[in-house]
Design a protein around this ligand. Sequence first.
Ligand SMILES: CC(C)(COP(=O)(O)OP(=O)(O)OC[C@H]1O[C@@H](n2cnc3c(N)ncnc32)[C@H](O)[C@@H]1OP(=O)(O)O)[C@@H](O)C(=O)NCCC(=O)NCCS
Length: 204
Amino acid sequence: MINFSDIEFRLLKGSDISKYKSELASIRIEIFRDFPYLYEGDLEYEEKYVKVYERSKESLVVLAVHEGRVVGATTALPLRDETDYLKKPLVENNFSIDNIFYFGESILKNQYRGLGVGKKFFEFRERHAMSFKKYSTTCFCAVTRPENHPSKPSTYAPLDNFWINMGYKKDPRLIASFPWKDIGDAIETEKPMTYWLKEWKNEF
Ligand SMILES: CC(C)(COP(=O)(O)OP(=O)(O)OC[C@H]1O[C@@H](n2cnc3c(N)ncnc32)[C@H](O)[C@@H]1OP(=O)(O)O)[C@@H](O)C(=O)NCCC(=O)NCCS
């Protein structure tokens, strides 16, 4: 049986991120194949994705490692360092981009779920964001798929309650559009990604 204490967390910034880019790409591709992402891995896309983190001066990547193998990862960076399509819904709704810290993915291999790693990933990213003492909002977005999507497994449970318990609130006004190729598709299509936000009142 695997325990939380068996997991080692590695916090990466700047050039350290580059050293792990192939591990990051392969775990993203593995986990995001599943519903609701259904992402057909694309190494060119992964290369562009990691560059955004490498370039940012305030980004963070946390790896969860077990017996020397990367079994999970999470990412965060200031929203201003992200791509325009991610900023767009917030700009259009008059949010101040410079006050927002954006959380990328949280991904974990199946057999490591339910141990508290997902919660720990939030703690690392929130602590990192608040350490700069200039961000008043943390946020992330999650794909919205139709309720009756043909690839939805009968056992699928949405993560909404987890996110609500972590203090995040979904804002249905804020929808970004991300392009990627679904498994089995010939071309990329745009996916609606709805934002979840948490306001930090006195912490920064
Ligand atoms: C998101 C993810 C990393 C969470 O990891 P995790 O380590 O299993 O989460 P934790 O063990 O910290 O669980 C935190 C809480 O959420 C609950 N939870 C976790 N997964 C859940 C699920 N699928 N459905 C409902 N509740 C869930 C846990 O019961 C726990 O609640 P508790 O505090 O009341 O006990 C993992 O589910 C994952 O990799 N999912 C696939 C990728 C994904 O969709 N990522 C999110 C968008 S990028």
